[in-house]
Design a binder for this molecule. Sequence first.
Ligand SMILES: C[S@@+](CC[C@H](N)C(=O)[O-])C[C@H]1O[C@@H](n2cnc3c(N)ncnc32)[C@H](O)[C@@H]1O
Length: 388
Amino acid sequence: MTPAARISAAIEILDRIGTGDPAEKALTNWARAHRFAGSKDRAAIRDHVFDALRCRGSFAALGGGQGGRALILGLLRAQSCDPATIFTGERFAPEPLSEEERAVLAQPVPPDLARRDWPDWLIAPLSERLGADFDTVSEAMRARAPVFVRVNVARATRDAAIAALAEDGIDAVPHPLSTTALQLGDGARRIQQSRAYQDGCVELQDVSSQAAVGTIELAPGMQVLDYCAGGGGKSLALAAACPDCEIHAHDIDPARMRDLPLRAERAGARIAICAPGTPGAGYDLVLVDAPCSGSGTWRRTPEAKWRLTPERLDDLVALQGRILEEASALVAQGGRLVYMTCSLLAVENEAQAALFAARTGWKLTFQRAYSPVTGGDGFFVAQFERKA
Ligand SMILES: C[S@@+](CC[C@H](N)C(=O)[O-])C[C@H]1O[C@@H](n2cnc3c(N)ncnc32)[C@H](O)[C@@H]1O
């Protein structure tokens, strides 16, 4: 496909998303209906679509509207690419620019572009929480997220993993935020086909998430419950950090843990899967990786940014409080409770942790927040012990 044909495809897909289709579904449906498109075409189209969703507010301002065509005009303008060279109307290229579009493109660049890429109602809470980092984080959240893997230290050293990835043409360098993290460069898109991945030497996991797991002290023999295990990213990281801990994974929705046995086998990890609603009790450590806004990961899932509403956020905050209480009842005397989110919002993080400590017999002993300023996603970890 020509660059212009890929742009036409991205416009069509963005229009589908604009009518309410989830991005992944719109991309898959487009690929099914256009089997001639190769993997490089699909990857390029996907990048255009996700770039446009990530910067929907600023591209709409630059391109003059929320439709696929306007968003792509905004994208091209942001990249200093003359849209007239793409919008030619030639075979498979988008129709030539209208007078109206030309007039929009001739206007001066609107101010505060990065701010427009947050939902309006979140600008105040985010700028309050992030303070001096707000502008840096806002800018970082408009770009594609870096790809990180966690070296499965139970299987390989960091140097051995770097060498194994290099054999498959994937560049990887250590990241200072976590001793287990590698940031991938060229070849990152092939990670799941690489031998290092298939042999369980590396797992995809954001560096902030790895760093947060790294703050948890573990000891052989400990009984650990990952209460909201989902796909099992934290269970796997805990098992790699302490192979002699007993890791139990639980989720209210067992379908979310479907791939965990396979992932655990690949990693050589022992993880016991609990049936929903029967997580057991008396654990030395219970981890709550809570359902949240996901605002720290919006670079990866940009459409979620525009779907979050104040009401949905309130519901999530209430749910997090309830889950913390449920999970705290499963901790043995003298044990610890750990709370995590991939959120940038105080209401889900510091405020949630403080509220939980204030209304229960638990003491907040540690908390740390991460943001793209340190390279990874927005993330938060808090640890609690029972008050004496
Ligand atoms: C942020 S995701 C977990 C991600 C996962 N820990 C990982 O590392 O891949 C939150 C999970 O909490 C689960 N969940 C929601 N409500 C729950 C509840 N009341 N009890 C247990 N799990 C719950 C969801 O099904 C979802 O899988």
